[in-house]
Ligand binder design. Structure first.
Ligand code: LLP
Length: 463
């Protein structure tokens, strides 16, 4: 089959929706450091290495598709967040982005705390030895079992999300004879500029108690009356994949406003505020995320300024980055299968995974980059759509990308920045076997989550 390159030109403007790539990059072989993990490099022979290991060797040893995680980068990002926020603040990694026992140990060693949002995440954290006092439990519908277990093991914080939950947590703590530290999650009414499904601070949604209708203030009254609960602070998470710090500033200001109101009404100064996670990362070179030290400075300054203005002691700040830590540290390695050219439109490049290992493109219209990593190529750029092997036309991994026109079955492609919300949202759709997570560091690779097998699938199917 011969596949000609589509000439770069104005006709792409008709094909590509606004905001997507409109021209091929100058060099298809270059790997932009904004989207690739720290130790990823193109070698002189044209292939790509991570942690000093050739991706072709990784594909041979671990198979494809596989999530390849750069442990050096993960640890460096943990340290960058830790150092940026310093000793007067806590960084809780949001486990929903990606959690495994190895990751919990890295977090522990790098001095981070952990936010979990389910019994399963709590069990993983405890199994890996994270001290309970460094764990926070979230969720809008925690079960009684989850609450009981969290109180029993002594988690450092439960973030209360509703009136009913106040009663449930108080009940569990009373039964266990504990005084449970809690925060109250509030919705501050900020419109975060992100996809509707990942914005969480407007009032019309399931999370938290609103500042605007007095729900948050009423929750504070109720919690303060309960002996078994120790109210330590207020929590706000405004959404995800956010670049503009303005939303966080409004959130910080409104949370400090509530702290002031609590001091005036109850004579109590709460010692903590948590501003959640949600900091954006670069999925394509067009994205321009803030560095942890800029984020820390901006949040620290606004909290300090607002507290000073209100005459409040500055509370201990915490943040909950998930994506910003793990997202950039991994890429998904795929093998190219069927290639189908649609004359005058684009070329469909099928890979051996798809929406079962990355649902984000289908679900949020997320954009990703992609590169040929098993060799370099000086062929013409070819407008491509990287699709999976599932039985749906929405099974798209990368909607618009330029790949070399000599791409052939058997080549390896890598999609960067898939460390967050890809393995953790992976499914068995079409009975796909979820890919492994392979951690690479200093020339060593090891599986931290193994590939599923057909036996795994059949084990759940009890006939
Ligand atoms: N804290 C709370 C209370 C959260 O709900 C979340 C994310 C985070 C922290 C971490 O947010 P991050 O820093 O990772 O953005 N599946 C979606 C993202 C959903 C995020 C849910 N909560 C996605 O793939 O974009």
């Amino acid at each position: 089959m011969s596949r000609s390159a589509h000439p770069a030109g104005p006709r792409y403007a008709d094909v590509l929706p606004e905001g997507h790539y409109t021209a091929p990059p100058a060099d298809l072989n270059s790997l932009d450091s904004r989207v690739w993990a720290q130790t990823v490099e193109r070698t002189p022979d044209g292939s790509v290495t991570v942690g000093g290991l050739d991706v072709r060797r990784l594909a041979e040893e671990f198979g494809t598709p596989a999530y390849i995680m750069d442990e050096t980068d993960f640890r460096a990002r943990c340290r960058a967040w830790r150092d940026a926020f310093g000793q007067d603040a806590d960084v809780f990694y949001a486990g929903k982005a990606f959690l495994s026992r190895a990751v919990v140990r890295w977090l522990y060693e790098e001095g981070l705390n952990l936010d979990v949002c389910s019994g399963g995440e709590l069990a993983t954290a405890l199994a890996a030895g994270m001290p309970a006092e460094r764990i926070a439990l979230h969720g809008n519908n925690k079960s009684n079992e989850e609450i009981h277990r969290a109180v029993e093991v002594g988690v450092g914080r439960i973030v209360l999300d509703s009136f009913q939950e106040i009663a449930r947590v108080a009940h569990a703590a009373e039964r266990l004879g504990r005084r449970q530290p809690v925060q109250i999650r509030v919705t501050v009414g900020v419109e975060a500029h992100t996809h509707e499904f990942i914005a969480t601070a407007h009032e019309d949604q399931k999370f938290g108690l609103a500042l605007a209708d007095g729900g948050a203030a009423e929750a504070v009254r109720r919690v303060l009356m309960l002996e078994s609960l120790e109210l330590t602070g207020i929590h706000s998470h405004i959404g995800s994949q956010i670049f503009d710090m303005a939303g966080f500033e409004v959130s910080a200001r409104r949370v400090v406003g509530l702290l002031t109101q609590i001091r005036d009404e109850h004579g109590v100064e709460l010692p903590e505020i948590d501003l959640g996670g949600g900091l954006g990362i670069a999925y394509t070179p067009e994205d321009d995320p803030r560095e942890p030290h800029e984020i820390a400075k901006s949040l620290g300054d606004i909290v300090t300024r607002e507290c000073e203005a209100a005459g409040l002691a500055v509370p201990r700040l915490s943040v909950e980055p998930g994506r910003a830590i793990v997202g950039p540290t991994a890429f998904t390695l795929y093998e190219v299968g069927t290639i189908k050219e649609l004359e005058g439109l684009r070329t469909y490049v099928s890979v051996d995974g798809g929406m079962s290992d990355n649902i984000r493109t289908a679900l949020y219209d997320a954009e990703y980059s992609v590169a040929l990593v098993s060799r370099a190529s000086d062929a013409e750029p070819m407008l491509s759509r990287v699709v999976g092997k599932h039985c749906e036309s929405g099974d798209i991994v990368v909607r618009d990308a330029f790949l070399p026109a000599d791409l052939a079955p058997g080549d390896l492609l890598a999609v960067p920045a898939t460390g967050a919300y890809c393995r953790s949202m992976a499914s068995n759709y079409n009975h796909a076997l979820r890919p492994p997570v392979v951690a690479v560091r200093d020339g060593q690779a090891r599986t931290i989550v193994r590939r599923e097998t057909e036996e795994d699938l059949l084990r759940l199917d009890v006939g």
